[in-house]
Ligand binder design. Structure first.
Ligand SMILES: CC(C)(COP(=O)(O)OP(=O)(O)OC[C@H]1O[C@@H](n2cnc3c(N)ncnc32)[C@H](O)[C@@H]1OP(=O)(O)O)[C@@H](O)C(=O)NCCC(=O)NCCS
Length: 237
């Protein structure tokens, strides 16, 4: 089965969301930051449809502002057959820390925030997102990056990588990574990710050339979640 990695399109969004929701269903960070244990009964609890709409807004933003790609089986030449999405990745391109954000990026960020605000209104809340935990994570992330990031040109930043559970372990994650690591190698730029699972993800990312830099504990009272900050240095051709 030949797999191709292509840029996300509007038509791919439902399939991409399905992969993300399935792949992250048992993710430790997801379980920590969302109240996902309870069946949706009130606006404070996890709402899969609310989560779907939030991811759809992020996918639409990502088409123009990120490197948002999907993996699917390659269709025969001249065939109109469409195949399901098997994997998804979203990366932010490196940004020179000394350069201000462009007006375009600022405006697009604003459009995304406004879309998420409308989702909050429509669903009467954050759909189970524990916002205090989201901000705890953001603070820890800021600290970790200020300790680890030493290249002023910035890093390729992994925002999402997910392969549908039945397609995992068949090389699709590696293919998704390779489109970015190839680009990073050509440009001599580093890549950065935060893994929310130690086993087996850290080992998987090591196979792709990442090295562990630090463990990041996000703690809310007695409930803590560990994230693993990893960096990949560019390889000379
Ligand atoms: C993490 C994830 C993206 C990896 O994608 P994948 O398609 O399963 O991985 P691949 O099959 O491409 O494997 C990549 C490498 O890791 C190795 N690997 C795969 N699964 C492994 C496992 N369980 N243990 C150890 N190594 C493993 C592969 O052998 C391969 O190395 P090689 O090419 O040197 O042989 C995927 O498993 C996933 O979506 N998991 C659930 C969601 C998730 O955790 N996302 C990331 C959050 S940080």
């Amino acid at each position: 089965m030949a797999i191709e990695i292509v840029d996300l399109t509007e038509a791919d969004i439902p399939g991409a969301i399905q992969v993300i929701q399935q792949a992250f269903a048992d993710d430790p960070y997801f379980k920590w930051v969302f109240d996902a244990e309870t069946i949706w009964e009130s606006p404070a609890q996890f709402n899969k449809q609310r989560n779907h709409d939030s991811l759809a807004a992020r996918c639409r933003w990502g088409i123009n502002n990120a490197i948002f790609q999907v993996a699917k089986e390659t269709a025969e030449k001249d065939s109109s057959e469409s195949f399901p999405i098997l994997g998804v990745s979203c990366w932010m391109a490196p940004h020179d820390a000394s350069q201000p954000e462009s007006w375009y990026a600022w405006y697009q960020g604003w459009v995304l925030s406004f879309g998420q605000f409308l989702n909050n209104v429509r669903y009467l809340g954050h759909g189970g997102l524990r916002t205090n935990r989201y901000w705890i994570w953001k603070e820890r992330q800021q600290e970790a990056q200020s300790q680890i990031w030493d290249d002023p040109r910035g890093y390729y930043f992994c925002n999402i990588v997910a392969v549908s559970p039945e397609a995992q372990g068949r090389g699709i994650g590696k293919l998704l990574f390779e489109t970015i690591t190839k680009r990073a190698d050509e440009e001599g730029v580093k890549c950065y990710l935060e893994s929310s699972k130690n086993v087996p993800n850290v080992q998987i990312y090591e196979r792709i050339g990442f090295e562990m830099k630090s463990e990041m504990e996000c703690r809310d009272g007695d409930d803590a979640c560990m994230l693993y900050c990893m960096v990949r240095n560019p390889k000379a051709e």
